[in-house]
Unconditional design. Structure first.
Lengths: 368, 372
């Protein structure tokens, strides 16, 4: 046992001496939370819109004033012909064009119907749809104001209650995801690289010929990254509570326990990769492409899993981050206990056990 | 000149000797291009619905069939009480619960007004917002249908209606893959260019072979050119491979000026490789280089306007996006591939990228010391 702790101490020295990597390891969750929390949003703000008013009558002016008054758009008024509009779209200068026809007010009053054309740059379909919806709803409001005096009979009014996240904030969705991502990154990549580096630089031989059992060598490499990852979990949760105002509804202890389980799963994955690869570059690329990308894609926090075609949904079941994401959401956002997440916990433990066993099996004492 | 030729020969031999990396570089982009657009579908559909119907009247049944007919919702079942539905929401089996009160049909006609209760799992704010918006609009339609049933159209005062005619340019079918693929090509290019160049030089540092190069009379700029050119070529190869794959699988072919696109890619590669070079001069081990590159790549990709729009970002974030080469690349890719732009549209972007390339490469060369 004393030998084990000596090795762990050595590993800690290695990790702590590498200031640059340490900086990135702690800085990354911070940067991610800041970016996801404050920079990335699916809402529309400052959308570049051009209004082409051929009518210039009272109705069109008042509607245009309405649209400008809302803070979503950056309005530019211009009488553009088709060609100029096309160029403006192509150069990305405008995202939406609103066209009022020449007889707008006249048609509205006398024929009870007047068209407004919205031309959207649909190269980003969701943005275009949301933008069109925003403008349409402003127009709808204007219309119902015109018809205010008529009280519609037989009204069905929906009362909508948003559960767990009444303000529709983005944080509840991505904070668990960032946690999964960062833990996966640190545990898998760092462990894999650190073991393979010893192989590459030749110091692994020295460790292998020592009377110390090789299994303990590997495990001692995993310990510092376990501690590091737990520190990262703490910093992410603290940031989420104090900076994003997203509290932990459930038990902190359970959250940390489950995080430890997930970290151990990732560590075993990293160990497995390190056993199978010979060069650092390959280990890095495999961890990056083989682990990180699938985690980002299939954990469910960036892209909804239910939208994916069936085969991809099946693949997502093998990705440990998917289960961890569900677990963290249940504990942090919904405030549930172990009873609700025992199934996911079992699956994670199963994955960890599986990789641990095959790592043990594949580990060779002699270098090839 | 001859020195560069020899250096290039050495580099290419080393690249081709490393089978694993080569395969990874070729296969990975293809895998990403195939899987990512399939996975990245932000459209809100397949919303799991639970209905708590206390009325069981023809109206409530009509409403429910209208909701399921819309295609956005999947009816998971009828449940006896709201409590049961809440339990299902907690277990993530259901996203939205609709409660129709007892006497709905009768009271709507007699008292002219009825309320429906909708509970939504709002952890995913976008999904909750859009889902409830869809449901509300279906309700409005249904409401109007009932009105038409009871009031003959002539008795309703004619209301002036503003008819909104939406038109979607460049992507009429609102195909999400059109949006993702140019972005993914951009990511691929950036990652291949950035990572490979940084890792390559740092590996030499770590193994010690860089000492051997440093004691030769090879000049700094020869050395750096010798490192840049192979990866520049590799970047072009990966990009072309990506284009071919997106043509075959997604039927996406650049609508605009292909030469303009390649011209931009060439300058962009220089900038990205320069960045990789810069990182390699500041790091000592491959692990460090990897992590630093990854950190910056992650920020670049997230803030590049790939998944969310740059316009919606707050002021400080827009500054970061302006300093981010990836945001220009993504814009140019979308412009040329989807909108059919040409040289004129990308001139300003080209100029900015040129400035990036010069600054980054210059900084890297200045920073690189043959003697320590």
């Amino acid at each position: 046992m004393k030998q084990f702790f000596t090795f762990v101490k050595k590993e800690f020295y290695h990790v702590l001496r590498d200031r640059r990597t340490l900086l990135i390891l702690f800085g990354m969750p911070l940067a991610q939370i800041l970016i996801f929390g404050f920079a990335l949003t699916n809402e529309i703000k400052n959308a570049r819109v051009v209004i082409v008013d051929h009518a210039k009558d009272d109705a069109s002016r008042s509607l245009i004033e309405r649209i400008s008054a809302s803070n979503y758009f950056e309005i530019q008024e211009d009488v553009m012909d088709r060609a100029r509009m096309e160029t403006a779209f192509k150069e990305g200068k405008i995202k939406l064009a609103i066209l009022f026809p020449a007889n707008f007010q006249h048609d509205l009053r006398h024929q009870n119907q007047a068209p407004i054309q919205l031309i959207a740059d649909a190269s980003d379909p969701n943005y275009a749809t949301t933008l069109t919806n925003y403008v349409s709803s402003i127009i709808q409001d204007y219309q119902s104001e015109l018809n205010e005096t008529v009280a519609l009979p037989y009204r069905i009014t929906p009362e909508i209650r948003m559960l767990y996240n009444p303000q529709l904030k983005g944080a509840p969705n991505f904070v668990p995801g960032v946690m999964a991502l960062v833990l996966m990154l640190v545990s898998v990549m760092m462990t894999a690289i650190s073991i393979v580096r010893e192989k590459e630089t030749g110091t692994m031989e020295i460790l292998l010929v020592s009377p110390f059992k090789p299994v303990w060598v590997i495990l001692s490499k995993a310990v510092p990254y376990l501690i590091l990852s737990l520190v990262n979990v703490l910093s992410i949760v603290l940031m989420s509570v104090f900076v994003l105002q997203l509290p932990v509804e459930g038990s902190w202890l359970l959250l940390f326990a489950e995080s430890t389980l997930f970290i151990i799963t990732c560590l075993t994955l990293g160990i497995f990769i390190s056993i199978k690869t010979k060069s650092q570059q390959v280990a890095m690329l495999i961890s990056l492409m083989g682990m990180l990308l699938p985690t980002m894609m299939f954990s469910g926090f960036m892209f909804p899993i239910e939208n994916m075609p069936m085969p991809l949904q099946v693949i997502s079941n093998i990705v440990p981050a998917k289960w961890f994401y569900i677990i963290v959401k249940s504990i942090m956002i919904k405030g549930l206990g172990l009873a609700a997440i025992w199934k996911e916990t079992l699956i994670l433990s199963g994955i960890a056990l599986f990789f641990f066993v095959i790592s043990l099996r594949s580990f060779k004492i002699r270098l090839e | 000149m001859r020195t560069i030729r020899f250096l290039l020969e050495k580099e290419f031999r080393q690249i081709f000797r490393n089978r694993a990396i080569l395969i990874l570089i070729m296969v990975m982009p293809v895998m990403q291009l195939i899987i990512l657009p399939l996975a990245a579908d932000f459209e809100v559909k397949n919303i799991n619905l639970s209905v708590v119907d206390h009325d069981h009247s023809p109206y409530s049944r009509q409403l429910i069939s209208k909701i399921t007919a819309s295609g956005y919702f999947r009816l998971q079942g009828y449940h006896a009480s709201l409590k049961d539905a809440y339990q299902l929401i907690e277990e993530d089996k259901v996203d939205l619960a609709l409660e129709i009160p007892n006497g709905f049909e009768r009271n709507l006609i007699r008292e002219n007004e009825q309320q429906l209760f909708i509970a939504v799992n709002a952890i995913n704010g976008t999904k909750a917002g859009l889902g409830s918006a869809y449901l509300s609009s279906i309700l409005r339609d249904y409401n109007q249908e009932i009105r038409m049933e009871w009031i003959s159209p002539t008795r309703l005062q004619p209301l002036p209606i503003v008819e909104v005619i939406p038109k979607n340019r460049f992507n009429p079918q609102l195909n999400y893959q059109f949006f993702m693929v140019p972005g993914i090509l951009a990511i691929l290019l950036t990652m291949v260019g950035g990572f490979l160049s940084a890792l390559n030089i740092v590996k030499e540092k770590e193994i010690g072979t860089i000492e051997q190069i440093n004691v030769t009379p090879i000049r700094k700029h020869h050395f750096i050119l010798g490192k840049l050119i192979p990866f520049w070529i590799l970047g072009n190869v990966v990009f072309t491979l990506g284009l071919v794959v997106s043509w075959i699988i997604y039927d996406i072919f650049p609508q605009g000026n292909i030469l303009a696109m390649y011209g931009f890619i060439w300058i962009y590669l220089l900038a990205v490789l320069g960045f990789g070079l810069l990182v390699s001069t500041y790091t000592d081990t491959q692990q460090q280089a990897m992590f630093v590159m990854f950190f910056f790549m992650m920020i670049f990709i997230l803030m590049g306007g790939l998944f969310t729009s740059i316009d919606s970002m707050p002021g400080w974030a827009k500054w970061i996006a302006a300093l981010n080469p990836v945001s220009y690349l993504v814009e140019v890719m979308r412009m040329i591939i989807l909108k059919g732009s040409g040289w004129a549209a990308i001139l300003s972007h080209l100029g900015i990228l040129l400035a990036f390339a010069v600054v980054l490469n210059g900084w890297a060369i200045l920073n690189y010391r043959k003697t320590n």
